[in-house]
Design a protein around this ligand. Sequence first.
Ligand SMILES: [Zn+2]
Length: 232
Amino acid sequence: MKQNVTSLNTTEIKKLNTDDMEDNHESFSMETPLREDAFELDDEIKIELIEKHFKEIMLILGLDLNDDSLSGTPNRVAKMYVTEMFKGLNPDSAPSVKLFDNKYNYKNMLIEKNISFHSVCEHHFVPIIGRAHVAYIPNDKVVGLSKLNRIVRYFAQRPQVQERMTIQIVNMLRETLHTNDVAVIIEADHMCVAMRGVQDVTSSTITSDFSGKFLDTKTREELMKLISLEIK
Ligand SMILES: [Zn+2]
């Protein structure tokens, strides 16, 4: 397919007021902000262009790209961005979730806890490293457990804001599991807090989103008790 490479001209990309974004982790939309032409370029061309631009960044920083330790870095970074770290930007990489009949008529909460994930803070492009706890109360359908991990990973593999990621996971679970009874709690370390700015390495960020029966205090208390339970 012929692709319009010029559409990625960086001067065309709308400039955001970066001063206002400093440490502002509030999000005003549940959707990851994407350009309308986000998927007009295929992955191969995206890698090519990112490689070119990342090379420029390295050169501006004064790095010698003739050194054999550095020469492959622009390509490695570009590939990593497109095929791994930011793979979840593309809706095509959404996990296909197969539902099964709830044969045992299990009507209690099911919790998948300590789902580890790596994401990237969209304000600083440095890692967010965390764990998610996902819970739902099944209706007539249940889901394969690993799909819960995959849904978390799908939303983690894009530039993120923790608050938005939490809500995005809840929304997808509600939609795919056909139930409103969903809860997500995320605890994460933000490298933008640890590596720069206040350089705090001990604080972590906790977000939660509850819907349906999880809005009920007793159900929520039961969830919190089960999550903090150590069965080893
Ligand atoms: Zn940040």
